[in-house]
Design a protein around this ligand. Structure first.
Ligand SMILES: Cc1cc2nc3c(=O)[nH]c(=O)nc-3n(C[C@H](O)[C@H](O)[C@H](O)COP(=O)(O)O)c2cc1C
Length: 184
């Protein structure tokens, strides 16, 4: 069991698609996942974050950094930071961009530093895809280990590649494993 708050901003739905995929994986692993759109925060959302074992941080990469809407949310947590109310919670980050590189690492680094400022425990990516593992075609295709980094595809029913969707699923499974271990 465990509670996970999945915070996100999504301009056109790509980040939300990853958030949904992670939430489903968490649910299958017995974790209660709450999706939180940071542009529409309620008091209940803030309480859910306060009660969560893990807070996931999801934002698209815009102009080589996280989208401004998500940064506004980060800045709004400064009172929480000053009291370190999120200290020792698990944290993990995910982002998406159009280009395979797309400067997504910059976004994940921002999210990571944010979590470190809050005294949180960072969970990164553990998936080794092709070309190292020949049977893992499309998994962690961007070769990024700081977090989940996906790339858009033109197929709007998918939004990101099948491999990225599967990577998001495995990312959710990893968070669930970490929550189980950290909750002992
Ligand atoms: C203002 C803006 C800036 C962007 N900057 C980048 C960028 O630096 N690198 C990149 O690869 N894609 C960039 N993109 C593309 C987005 O990252 C991509 O469309 C992403 O899927 C958007 O996710 P969302 O639908 O959750 O908002 C940008 C898009 C916008 C609207």
């Amino acid at each position: 069991m465990g509670n996970v708050a999945i915070t996100y901003f999504s301009g056109r739905g790509h980040t939300r698609k990853l958030a949904d995929k992670i939430a489903v994986a968490l649910g299958q692993e017995g974790c209660a996942a709450r999706l939180i759109d940071v542009t529409d925060l309620s008091q209940t959302d803030w309480q859910a974050m306060e009660a969560a074992d893990a807070i996931l941080l999801g934002a698209p990469t815009y102009m080589g950094s996280i989208a401004a809407e998500y940064k506004s949310f980060m800045d709004a947590t400064s009172d929480i930071w000053s009291e370190q109310l999120w200290a020792d919670k698990l944290a993990a980050g995910f982002t998406v961009a159009t280009f395979p590189g797309g400067d997504k690492l910059s976004s994940l680094m921002q999210l990571n530093i944010f979590a470190m400022q809050h005294g949180m425990i960072w969970v990164g990516q553990d998936q080794i895809g092709a070309p190292v593992n020949a049977d893992a075609e499309g998994i962690n295709a961007s070769g990024t280990w700081l977090g989940l980094a996906a790339t858009t595809v033109r197929d709007k029913t998918l939004m990101v590649s099948q491999g990225d969707l599967e990577t998001a699923h495995r990312f959710g499974q990893r968070i669930a494993r970490a929550v189980r271990r950290w909750s002992i």
